[in-house]
Design a protein around this ligand. Sequence first.
Ligand SMILES: NC(=O)C1=CN([C@@H]2O[C@H](COP(=O)(O)OP(=O)(O)OC[C@H]3O[C@@H](n4cnc5c(N)ncnc54)[C@H](O)[C@@H]3O)[C@@H](O)[C@H]2O)C=CC1
Ligand SMILES: O=C(O)C(=O)Cc1ccc(O)cc1
Length: 370
Amino acid sequence: MTPFPLIGIVGSAGTYGRWLRGFFERRMGLRVIGHDPGDAGSDARDVLLERADVLLFATPIRSTAALVDEYVRLSGGREAGRLWLDITSIKQGPVEAMLRSRAEVVGLHPMTAPPKAPTMKGRVVVVCEARLDRWRPWLQALLDALEGECVHAGAERHDRMMALVQAMVHASHLAQAGVLGEYAGRVGDMSAIMPFRSASFELDAAIAARILSLNPEIYEEIQFGNRHSAEVLDSLLAQLSELRDLVRQGDDAARARFRERFLESREAFGEQALAEGNHAYERVGYLLADLVARQFTSVHLPEDRPGSLRALLHVFESHGVSLESIHSSRTPAGEVHFRIGFVRGTDPAALAAAVAQIDETGIGRVLESG
Ligand SMILES: NC(=O)C1=CN([C@@H]2O[C@H](COP(=O)(O)OP(=O)(O)OC[C@H]3O[C@@H](n4cnc5c(N)ncnc54)[C@H](O)[C@@H]3O)[C@@H](O)[C@H]2O)C=CC1
Ligand SMILES: O=C(O)C(=O)Cc1ccc(O)cc1
């Protein structure tokens, strides 16, 4: 074990492979080599097997276990004393394959697409320690640097949880997207429905849109590659069928059964989860409401120094412009910015003057103002 290991990334040209290279180089100060058939300039497979102290598989879910087996065969024991990691969304196959090597083995699963931020701060990372000994302190250093919320589980438990956390959630939202597609001919597409939205509809539509925007192979494999997902889908379908049957039945007995079976399931949810979930929902609801404020400005503060936000706010104050909300967020390019909403009836001329001053003085860079 070396405190500054050479990292080898298999799948280095992929979405996560690229993020991880940046992370290891910039946040951990480590050297990275990578192999990817999609990048002709990448290092040869054997260079990784010969030189990498830590080998990390960031390859498509469907092929990872077989690929690991191939690396085990080609490595031929050279991996003894080294650390093998993977970040596959399904853990059992890849972790079992890595255990067929002589390396120490840890499966990781970041519960997020590669963030726009440099670390996993605020995001969950599932850690499946499968065979860990001399690399334990370094693994801890890696997890500390990732800044994620780590949860530890065996690969089997991970996959069972993912059948609920991912397969069920994706399936329900894909089904909703399918229903909306079927109704589009009658009621119009999303642009016709959105003006009627509730916060719940908006959030569900956002989740469906997210699923449909990211890598389709991943979403296919989360359903088909997890041996526990069919059972969860059976359960989901049974619940929906029962609900539908009760609604079709429509009498008082059906209503009583509906209340008992569905609305009163809050006990199974648990009091604390209910209270926390309801609070989380309300906070997001306020955020969504703030984001539709008609008058707003998005400003990037180039200088990350104490007082820079106060200087920004002072400009609005000096022009008599009152703020209604302020949120920090990220642009699609990953730049941190503050999105400021203004009270109804704000004088457009005063707002324009404030915005111009922010730009001209260099206090901030105005990204958008409306
Ligand atoms: N993108 C996401 O949102 C998340 C992805 N993951 C996991 O990360 C892994 C990678 O995902 P992405 O980076 O999104 O996929 P990706 O498709 O962008 O990247 C995969 C890379 O693997 C390369 N590859 C294919 N066969 C290879 C081989 N034989 N040797 C070396 N490289 C090979 C491909 O050329 C590609 O560049 C997957 O296992 C996925 O489950 C985990 C959490 C979130
Ligand atoms: O960030 C998101 O929207 C995701 O949910 C992406 C995602 C895809 C696959 C995973 O295994 C984990 C996260």
